[in-house]
Design a protein around this ligand. Structure first.
Ligand code: MSP
Length: 656
């Protein structure tokens, strides 16, 4: 049976974790869930890196012993992973005896082999990175990695003969192109190794909080040697209970942030080579989640740390997980802003996904008596069926390459196409013509079947939504995660006659409330699920020819709002288009409008216009437009914007 062993970095419990740490862990969780879902024997490890000077000092600062200090934070971290539904199989703490004993064994083995030797060291130490530097490597006297000040260290220490393994490591990287991913990081690491590797200091005499060196009680083992070993000590390496080690090692993926690639692709493989153990199949270095429009690194001192608990409480677990997995192309850096979060949730989840389920269940109720109709292939089309086949292949291939966001985009393509399919097929029109009954049945079946499949494809990513979708389709919600993958992803598995159970909207639209923006500082309270509003009666609107009279409710579905133009520019290589940045109350919006031949960008700035705020986003010449402005065109071709006559009017209010 295929096995899959995936790990996250073990986090420092020196402070509470933020959304950046959650990003790695949710990504690893999604991959673990995917492999389990496919029936692979999966092992998912995470944990905490509890020794070292950084923790020793953080504890001293608040007057606690290191052990008390880490115990409290580790409990908080475990609560966080619970709130995010992280499905880890084991959580390793480096202060556990099972780990400490095995690390001492590794040290001793390397010492006896001559790969660890005693010498003295003079150099510089960066405590936040727990890294040694020689004078020549410093950047303007600071740590070349994080830019923070370093401290002079002169110690009698033990050294690991890293330099001995450089050639073998280069050869391994060359022969195994997948070992370091993405490829750009491989090039960076190869260049680093080629500069020459120096032996690595692997013990500290000035730090007390660590695992004692087995051959010299006056020293503790360097925290990175201690930490990296977790990937095998957690499997029982070096003990009599090493079945897991035999089954799961080498790891299939070490998932880490790009800043710790060097430790994982140079130091760790060389330690494994020295210990005579096989190397992990792949180390994947993902990008960072940066904060705000200035794309800053998140840090407590900058006060820009986003607390995952608050985010979950405010927007719900699935919206948070979706955002993390979708927003950042895997491998690159991405930026968190609350506006982008809300936009992503509203557009993808509330509009595209939520509406598709709502429209589908409503139409099956209205036009098929609430039961999924029997398919009559000769009356049908294969538009969604053939796209579904392609999407499943694309999705699987993307996840094999660890490209989570690509897999999410692939499945959302099916959702978007299905929404368009409704508009094209106009079931409400088919329903009026008895001769089209078979075609109508096929259209409804195709939509319900698409929803069923989308539920399955969402299982690695989301926690509640797949079940909710299956529940509304009248299927057994538990089976969305258990039905064998090949069967569950094959088109046509939805049985006819299934009774629809229409429920609440999957994702209520979020209105942005800036006052309560979830930033900074943490509240360790368990998150409560936001109450879902009662299902509104969504009307299935039927297109009419000419201008028909409409009900007020029909008009009210169009959300018109006052918006102020705060910036405007031409869209390159498009003579008709202007790109406008709007302020709509507290919200910021970008729209693209075909008015460039009538207004200059300068004329537009400052105007109060009317925005169709709930129009589906669209890309025009590759530029995203999130709404439309109102304007009238006269018979002679002149165009006039609809603007407000009171120039000091606020932006944001609804126009009715
Ligand atoms: N303890 C070491 C890792 C030892 S692994 C054998 C460590 N810990 S850490 O707490 O600083 O966590 C670093 C990891 O957290 C990063 O590698 C990354 O996976 C994750 N992230 C922390 N901040 C992040 C972002 N802003 N964005 C994305 N990932 C981030 O280093």
């Amino acid at each position: 049976m295929t096995k899959f062993y995936i790990t996250t970095p073990i986090y420092y419990p020196s402070d509470r974790l933020h959304i950046g740490h959650s990003y790695t862990t949710v990504a690893a969780d999604a991959l673990a869930r995917y492999h389990r879902r496919r029936g692979h024997e999966t092992w998912f490890l995470t944990g905490t890196d509890e020794h070292g000077q950084k923790i020793e000092r953080a504890a001293a600062n608040v007057g606690k012993t290191p052990q008390q200090f880490v115990d409290e934070i580790v409990a908080w971290i475990k609560d966080l992973w619970k709130a995010l539904h992280i499905s880890y199989d084991d959580f390793i703490r480096t202060t556990e005896p099972r780990h400490e004993q095995a690390v001492q064994k590794i040290f001793k083995q390397l010492f006896e082999k001559g790969d660890i030797y005693k010498s003295s060291y003079e150099g510089w130490y960066c405590t936040p990175c727990e890294t040694f530097w020689l004078e020549g490597k410093l950047k303007e006297g600071n740590c070349p990695d994080c830019g923070r000040p370093v401290e002079k260290t002169r110690e009698e220490s033990y050294f690991f003969r890293l330099s001995n393994y450089a050639d073998r490591l280069l050869q391994h990287i060359d022969e195994n192109p997948d070992f370091i991913q993405p490829a750009s990081r491989r090039n960076e690491m190869v260049a680093f190794i080629k500069q020459g590797l120096e032996d690595l200091c692997v013990s500290r005499s000035t730090v007390k909080w660590g695992i004692p060196v087995p051959v010299d009680e006056s020293q503790v083992i360097y925290v990175w040697l201690d930490a990296l070993s977790n990937y095998i000590t957690a499997l029982g390496w070096g003990t009599e209970q090493d079945e897991k080690y035999k089954k799961f090692w080498p790891a299939d993926v070490h998932l880490v942030g790009k800043e710790i690639m060097r430790f994982h692709t140079i130091i760790w493989p060389c330690i494994l080579m020295a210990a005579g153990e096989p190397l992990p199949h792949k180390v994947f270095g993902h990008g960072w989640l940066l904060f705000g429009s200035g794309a800053e690194k998140m840090s407590k001192s900058k006060g820009n740390v986003v607390d995952p608990f608050i985010l979950i409480e405010k927007y719900g677990l699935d919206a948070v997980r979706y955002y993390l997995l979708r927003e950042v192309p895997f491998g690159s850096d991405g930026t968190y802003t609350e506006d982008a979060f809300v936009l992503r949730t509203n557009v993808d989840l509330a509009n595209d996904l939520g509406n598709l389920l709502s429209r589908t269940t409503q139409m099956v109720n209205k036009f098929a008596g609430g039961k999924v109709p029997q398919v009559l292939p000769e009356a049908g089309d294969d538009i969604l069926a053939s796209l579904a086949d392609e999407v499943v292949k694309e999705y699987e291939a993307a996840l094999d390459r660890l490209e989570l966001s690509t897999a999410v985009v692939a499945l959302m393509k099916l959702v978007q196409r299905a929404n368009k399919y409704i508009d094209e097929q106009a079931p409400w029109a088919l329903a009026k013509d008895p001769a089209q009954a078979d075609r109508l049945a096929n259209v409804l079946y195709n939509l319900a079947e698409t929803m069923r499949l989308v539920g399955v494809l969402l299982t690695p990513f989301l926690i509640h939504t797949p079940e909710k979708i299956w529940e509304q389709l009248g299927l057994d919600p538990a089976a969305v995660r258990t039905e064998p993958w090949e069967q569950a992803t094959a088109w046509g598995a939805l049985p006819a006659g299934t009774e629809i159970r229409r429920g609440n909207p999957l994702f209520p639209r979020i209105e942005l409330d800036k006052e309560a923006a979830p930033k900074v500082e943490t509240t360790p309270a368990a998150p409560a699920a936001p109450a879902a509003p009662a299902a509104p009666e969504v009307k299935v609107t039927e297109p009419v020819e000419g201008v028909a009279q409409i009900e007020y409710e029909d008009f009210a579905r169009v959300e018109l709002k006052v918006a102020k133009v705060v910036a405007c520019e031409k869209v390159p290589k498009a003579d008709k288009l202007l790109k406008l940045q709007l302020e709509v109350g507290d919200e910021k919006r970008q729209i693209v409008s075909g008015i460039a031949q009538h207004y200059t960008p300068e004329e537009m700035v400052g105007k109060l216009i009317i925005l169709v705020a709930n129009l589906k986003p669209k890309a025009l010449r590759g530029v995203e437009s999130h709404g439309m402005l109102l304007a009238a065109t006269a018979a002679d071709g002149r165009l006039s914007l609809v603007t407000l006559d009171k120039l000091d009017f606020p932006s944001g209010p609804r126009v009715k």
